[in-house]
Design a protein around this ligand. Structure first.
Ligand SMILES: [Zn+2]
Ligand SMILES: [Zn+2]
Length: 422
């Protein structure tokens, strides 16, 4: 997914189970509370066992049974849908969509008011969604899908979405890309662990949600000046970051697609370029290729023609048959592998220079030699002469004669003989 998602998962399922007791008491529509989940049947924690005992003690088996059927219908509904996030309605004037009746009406009103204040003071567009389950997808993908489908914070880039999934026991906060660094895991994790989770454990699910929204509002109030300061204004920052993420996603997830499409774009541009080359600049009709040498000579400049004659470059020549005026000369390829011909002239810039080198004087033992390089342009008839020295070899022992080494050897030979005699 492109959107950044922050998730804190695995609030203990027992805590949500405990919260079911209050939800049961306060709300008429109690779908999604997880009283009879497989885990609770196993009785893995003392909390779970206690809760089940309490439930039995209160003798409300009928309610639990009714509740269970509602819950199952709801879950089946979410799981049978390939787009479970579509089941959450977006209300025109409400910021809270509580699909499992976790909030009591007073708390829901409080959250609505808090979000309205946030909007007017901090300019943040926030929504709260509470669902019994996210179906067969990850809570993170579910949250992202709602954020994307509802276009939260568009086009300002100031959106925030809080998704609480009861069955999965997860809390997700999806911020717009422009403000994502202020609502990341480093912010959400301690808030959920110190505020939300303890209250849930006490069975105050509704109150816990209110406090969570307050914590987010405090954070928004604290950092609102920081995100307005940035180099780019928030809406543009949002778009730029989205673009960067999209490109990143492309290169990391579908690199072949990106390379392929870039290649296609390149081919298309080259093709269009070629077609445009054949259009007459005067009357915009298609031109004819010119192969006749005399005609080519008239159309091409002398430098181009010389290059073509010397096989230093290959040109395609077009002439309009309609208006007889429009012409076009297109360079197709150039021979750059020559070292003595097809060199670029410094005066006319055509590749019409030849290079000849000749040794004027060989170096001797006491004097440097001389080499002459002659650059000759056949187009502008300008020649350049460059004289280069041919350095004499380094003389390490200037006093020695060329035959000295022979003398040396004979001397050492004699010495060796003398040594032997001794
Ligand atoms: Zn024409
Ligand atoms: Zn020249």
């Amino acid at each position: 997914m492109l959107r950044r998602v922050i998730g804190v998962s695995n609030l203990q399922s027992s805590s949500l189970l405990l919260s079911s007791a209050t939800a049961l008491a306060t709300s008429a529509r109690c779908a999604g509370v997880d009283l009879l989940s497989p885990i609770s049947k196993l009785g893995q924690s003392s909390d779970l066992a206690q809760s089940i005992k309490d439930g039995r003690a209160r003798n409300n088996k009928d309610i639990v049974a009714t509740f269970e059927t509602i819950e199952n219908i709801d879950k089946v509904h979410y799981r049978s849908s390939s787009r479970p996030w579509d089941l959450v309605p977006k209300y025109a004037k409400r910021r809270v969509s509580d699909m499992c009746g976790m909030l009591n009406s007073a708390d829901r009103m409080e959250i609505e008011q808090t979000i309205d204040k946030m909007q007017s003071i901090c300019d943040v567009d926030m929504y709260v969604v509470i669902v019994p389950t996210v179906g067969y997808m990850s809570s993170r993908a579910f949250a992202n899908s709602i954020f994307h489908d509802w276009a939260i914070g568009e086009p300002k880039g100031n959106g925030l979405l809080l998704v609480i999934a009861q069955q999965e026991a997860t809390v997700h906060l999806v911020p717009s890309l422009a403000i994502e660094e202020y609502f990341d895991t480093q912010f959400l994790d301690p808030v959920v662990k110190t505020i939300f989770q303890p209250l849930i454990r006490e069975g105050k699910a509704s109150y816990a949600t209110v406090q969570l929204v307050y914590a987010i509002a405090r954070q928004a109030h604290e950092v609102r000046d920081m995100w307005k300061k940035g180099f780019l204004p928030v809406p543009y920052r949002n778009k730029v970051r989205f673009g960067v993420k999209a490109v990143n996603y492309g290169f990391t997830h579908v690199p072949y697609l990106v390379v392929g499409s870039l290649f296609m774009v390149f081919c298309t541009v080259a093709l269009i370029q070629q077609v445009l080359d054949t259009m007459c600049p005067k009357c915009n009709s298609f031109m004819n290729r010119v192969e006749d040498l005399e005609l080519r000579k008239k159309i091409m400049t002398s430098g181009q023609f010389l290059e073509h004659q010397n096989e230093c470059a290959y040109y395609r020549v077009w002439k309009c048959a309609k208006c007889h005026e429009g012409t076009n000369v297109v360079l197709i390829s150039r021979d750059l592998h020559q070292s003595s011909k097809c060199l670029q002239c410094m005066d006319c810039n055509y590749y019409t220079c030849n290079l000849t080198s000749s040794v004027e004087k060989l170096p001797t033992k006491h004097e440097d030699g001389l080499k002459k390089l002659l650059y000759e342009c056949h187009n502008c008839r300008i020649g350049r002469e460059i004289m280069l020295p041919l350095f004499r070899p380094m003389d390490a022992k200037p006093n020695e004669q060329w035959y000295s080494f022979l003398v040396d050897q004979s001397q050492s030979h004699k010495k060796a003989q003398v040594d032997l005699k001794l």
